[in-house]
Design a protein around this ligand. Structure first.
Ligand SMILES: NC(=O)c1ccc[n+]([C@@H]2O[C@H](COP(=O)([O-])OP(=O)(O)OC[C@H]3O[C@@H](n4cnc5c(N)ncnc54)[C@H](O)[C@@H]3O)[C@@H](O)[C@H]2O)c1
Length: 280
């Protein structure tokens, strides 16, 4: 099976890594070659770590990296069986890309979007064959987190959904199927829940460390909510909350004032060295 990945940023590089590791010839498309090369370097670095940890031999790593070809030309994806899009989270950019992909790929190829918050159906409507468009929502870091939400758009065919599901399962992921509703499964639940956790800090006068202690010890969470928001990034979580709030209109989903203030102060969590906690 030949796979195309469009956009080799954080998610696209991870998805391409999954694909080449699973044995698929993979074409990665970026807007400029240096960006594509940056994506490949990220993959090489992660696979290098897998070799160090003896989860992969150097021969397997080299073979995996050799399965990846880089391009700036969309036409290079013409003979792919599956194309996964992981470009910027903007509806018009994705719709334009899917219209182009629809024109150049084989009619039986499955076209998947990794969107977190946009409607898969609205992206699919930009094509002449919306039945072959699905969502494949990976989680960051994609090579590490097993879940892939396989999203059925309003007009997705069973065949396209099952092809995407089977591909993810074969690649060692744990796919689940769901409808094209705002936030799909995990974000629909996790975003308002984490926002509630942040509001409880002020409502109940709890420190972040104590809130995390409460949820790990009282609810069996593997990681406390404040540590999780720091890991995700305050800016990413705020953006995701705003996108979901725009669709659902529920107060719980809107980002709490406390997070907006942290974002304004540049306290974005682990990546800036300060969020609810401080990091070296
Ligand atoms: N980062 C996350 O935690 C996460 C998790 C799940 C889903 N997503 C979704 O995945 C998608 C990508 O997010 P990301 O975090 O990897 O973004 P990113 O900014 O790291 O990467 C996007 C890449 O796409 C490239 N690009 C833009 N337009 C392109 C085009 N027309 N053709 C080829 N390449 C193009 C950019 O140069 C960039 O390298 C978004 O839809 C996002 O919502 C992100």
């Amino acid at each position: 099976m030949k796979v195309g990945v469009v956009g080799l940023g954080t998610m696209g590089a991870g998805i391409a890594q999954i694909s080449v590791t699973a044995g698929h010839e993979t074409v990665g498309r970026e807007v400029e070659l240096p960006l594509a090369e940056r994506g490949r370097a990220t993959i090489e670095r992660y696979l290098g770590r897998a070799v160090e940890k003896e989860r992969m031999t150097t021969g397997e790593r080299d073979a995996a990296v050799a399965r990846l070809t880089l391009t700036t030309e969309l036409a290079a994806l013409a003979d792919c069986d599956l194309v996964v899009e992981a470009i910027v989270e903007e509806l018009e950019a994705k719709r334009a890309l899917f219209a182009e992909l629809d024109a150049i790929t084989r009619p039986d190829a499955v076209l998947a979007t990794n969107t977190s918050a946009l409607s898969v159906s609205e992206i699919a409507e930009a094509t002449a064959r919306p039945e072959r468009v699905v969502g494949m929502h990976f989680f960051n870091p994609a090579p590490v987190l097993p879940l892939v939400e396989i999203v059925r758009g309003e007009r997705s065919s069973d065949e396209a959904v099952e092809k995407a599901y089977a591909w993810a399962e074969h690649a060692g992921k744990r796919p689940v199927r769901c409808n094209d509703t705002p936030g799909f499964i995990v974000n629909r639940i996790l975003i308002p829940l984490l926002n509630d956790c942040v509001r409880v800090l002020d409502e109940a006068g709890v420190t972040p460390a104590d809130l995390d202690k409460a949820m790990t010890n009282g609810a069996g969470w593997p990681m406390g909510p404040c540590a999780l928001v720091d890991l995700v990034g305050i800016d990413i979580h705020v953006h995701a909350s705003q996108a979901l709030h725009a669709k659902l209109g529920k107060d719980r989903v809107a980002p709490p004032e406390r997070l907006l203030a942290m974002q304004a102060e540049g306290k974005l969590g682990r990546k800036t060295g300060e969020g609810f906690y401080t990091y070296d």
